[in-house]
Design a protein around this ligand. Structure first.
Ligand SMILES: Cc1cc2nc3c(=O)[nH]c(=O)nc-3n(C[C@H](O)[C@H](O)[C@H](O)COP(=O)(O)OP(=O)(O)OC[C@H]3O[C@@H](n4cnc5c(N)ncnc54)[C@H](O)[C@@H]3O)c2cc1C
Length: 217
């Protein structure tokens, strides 16, 4: 970007065209897609992958996409996986640009244009599983968003909609995407995508299919 196209206090800026995903719209759509292909969804809490097989004895494979659950499932017990709490603040606005500041004062503004809202973030808190919103974080997101994008108006004038709290499943050394063969059926592990689960999902799903067919990854 040219000087003047980004706030003067920053060293440089990069502009590019991208896309955003709105999980509250995308996930129900995805469920309909797979159900239309005959997938049945069964919700059960299990303490191991083996126990999951008891509910579907005819299964020919297990795809383990258990996220942070991979740390606690008895026959996975992957201690490299750990929770990283995130919190964001949603405001109502017609502003439609995505802005990300990397490095110090990591800040992002991610629009959800179809819903008329903007998601302000963010934060990474290892091993914090609290579902309670932290008001200090909310104020910090608003202040930083205003600093990076004054056209949003000052924090006290932003139309607050809600806080969003979630836990990323982070894995030391990176995600796990591999086939394991030491049981009645093969297991394909696919978890530990940290803050990039949606970005990685389509590619990861293709690799899962290749691994399932026994092709090299
Ligand atoms: C604050 C925040 C910001 C994010 N930002 C981005 C972003 O900018 N870009 C992006 O691409 N992604 C983003 N994500 C998504 C993130 O990347 C994660 O990868 C994603 O949420 C995790 O998806 P997953 O399907 O691997 O795991 P999960 O969504 O955690 O799914 C795991 C599933 O396994 C089930 N499970 C686990 N253990 C058991 C058990 N014992 N018995 C039965 N069921 C079990 C759980 O119930 C759950 O349904 C963000 C997430 C958060 C929280």
């Amino acid at each position: 970007m040219k000087q003047g196209e980004y706030p003067a206090q920053y060293a440089f800026g990069i502009s590019y065209t991208s896309m955003t995903v709105e999980p509250p719209r995308y996930l129900p759509w995805l469920v309909k897609q797979v159900q239309a292909k005959g997938v049945q969804i069964l919700r059960v809490q299990v303490d191991s992958l083996r126990a999951a097989l008891d509910h579907v004895p005819e299964a020919k494979a297990i795809i383990n996409c258990s996220g942070i659950g991979a740390r606690y499932l008895k026959d996975v017990h992957d201690e490299a996986v750990f929770p990283e709490r995130g919190q964001t603040c949603v405001i109502r606005t017609t502003f439609k640009k995505m802005i990300i500041r990397s490095g110090a004062e990591y800040t992002y503004l991610i629009p959800r244009p179809a819903s008329g809202i903007l998601v302000l973030g963010g934060i990474n808190e290892p091993f914090n599983m609290s579902p309670e919103p932290n008001p200090a974080s909310r104020e910090m997101f608003k202040q930083r968003a205003y600093k990076i994008c004054p056209e949003l108006g000052p924090p006290e004038q932003m139309e607050f909609v809600k806080d969003i709290i979630g836990v990323r499943s982070t894995r030391k050394g990176g995600y796990r995407l591999e086939r394991q063969e030491n049981g009645r059926v093969p297991i394909i592990h696919s978890y530990g995508y940290n803050g990039g689960g949606y970005q990685a999902s389509m590619g990861a799903a293709r690799e899962v299919v290749r691994l399932l067919r026994g092709e090299d990854c």
